[in-house]
Design a protein around this ligand. Structure first.
Ligand code: KIV
Length: 270
C-alpha cells in the first residue's frame, strides 16, 4: 500500500523548504517506542550520538560506534512514519577522508533506511559534505559546540563569543555552500545564531542558540526528564518522567514485599 501524501515521510527537501515558512520541530529518539511518540509531532527525528551518554551511560559521545548508530537507527525507523529520520555519524567514521565518510554514510543509510546523516564540523568538513551530497547523501551539518571535539574544545563551552563569531559565521557559510540541507547550531550566543540564520539559505536548527533559528532540537530524554542527573541551561523540562517512574517502582516494591501484588485480577484460574 502506498503512503498518502499526508502521511508519507518528510524528505530533506521538505525540511529545506520550511525555511522562512514554519518552524522545524526536532527531537532525538533512539528506540522504537519513543520514535512512535515523537513522530506525529516532529518534522525531523535525530538519532543522535548522544545515545551513548543518554542510554549507554558513556562519559561522552567519543566511544559511540557505527554498530550502535545502525542499531538505534533501525529501531527508530521501525517507529517513525512521517518525520524525516537523520542518523548521526559517530566519531572516527567520517573525519579521515571524504571516501571514508561516504562508505560509512552509505552503510548507515542502507542498513537503517534513514534518508540523511548528520556530521559535526564547519569549514574543515565542507569538502566531505560536498562529496557526500554529490553522491546522493543528504547531510545535516553541526557547528558551534561539537561534542565529538570536547577534548580539543576544552569542555562543553559556549562557542562563537567575541572574535570567534566570525569563525562560526564562516563555518555556517561553508556548510551551506557545500550543500548541507540544514545545520545544527549548538550553544552559540543568540545574536550570532540570529545573524547566521539571516545570512545563510539553509535551515538552522538551534540547541542552546536562539528562538530565531529556523527550528529547534532537544535531546528527548532531557526534555522528558528521563535523563535527570544534570540539566543543561538550554533544556526546558516538559515532564518529570524519572520522578514518576521512581514513584511507580517504589510502589511496586512495597506491594511485592507486602504481598499486595499480584492481586487476583493478575492471576490465572485452573
Ligand atoms: O547527538 C545529539 O543528540 C545531537 C543533538 C544534541 C543536536 O547532536
Amino acid at each position: 500500500m502506498s503512503a498518502s501524501a499526508s502521511n508519507r515521510a518528510k524528505t530533506p527537501s521538505d525540511i529545506a523548504a520550511m525555511k522562512g515558512q514554519s518552524k522545524v520541530v526536532c527531537l532525538t529518539a533512539y528506540t522504537t517506542p519513543v520514535a512512535k511518540i515523537v513522530d506525529s509531532h516532529c518534522d525531523l527525528i535525530l538519532v543522535g550520538d548522544s545515545v551513548g551518554m543518554v542510554l549507554h551511560g558513556m562519559p561522552s559521545t567519543i566511544g559511540v560506534t557505527m554498530e550502535m548508530m545502525v542499531m538505534h537507527g533501525q529501531a527508530v525507523m521501525r517507529g517513525a512514519v512521517r518525520a524525516l529520520v537523520v542518523v548521526d555519524m559517530p566519531f572516527g567514521s567520517y573525519e579521515e577522508s571524504p571516501q571514508q565518510a561516504f562508505g560509512n554514510a552509505a552503510k548507515i543509510m542502507s542498513q537503517t533506511g534513514c534518508a540523511a546523516v548528520k556530521l559535526e564540523g564547519g569549514m574543515h568538513m565542507a569538502e566531505t559534505i560536498a562529496f557526500l551530497v554529490k553522491r546522493g547523501i543528504p547531510v545535516m551539518a553541526h557547528i558551534g559546540l561539537t561534542p565529538q571535539s570536547v577534548n580539543t574544545l576544552g569542555g562543553y563551552k559556549v562557542q562563537g563569543r567575541g572574535a570567534d563569531a566570525e569563525r562560526l559565521r564562516a563555518d555556517a557559510r561553508a556548510v551551506a555552500e557545500a550543500g548541507a540541507f540544514s545545520v545544527v547550531l549548538e550553544k552559540v550566543p543568540a545574536s550570532l545564531a540570529d545573524a547566521i540564520t539571516a545570512e545563510i539559505g539553509i535551515v538552522t536548527v538551534g540547541i542552546g542558540a536562539s528562538a530565531g533559528c529556523d527550528g529547534q532540537v532537544l535531546v528527548v530524554d532531557d526534555m522528558l526528564g528521563i535523563f535527570a542527573d544534570f540539566k543543561p541551561k538550554f533544556v526546558k523540562r516538559y515532564a518529570q518522567v524519572a520522578q514518576i517512574s521512581e514513584a511507580a517502582v517504589e510502589a511496586y516494591a512495597l506491594e511485592v514485599r507486602s504481598g499486595a501484588f499480584p492481586a487476583a485480577e493478575h492471576l490465572f484460574a485452573d
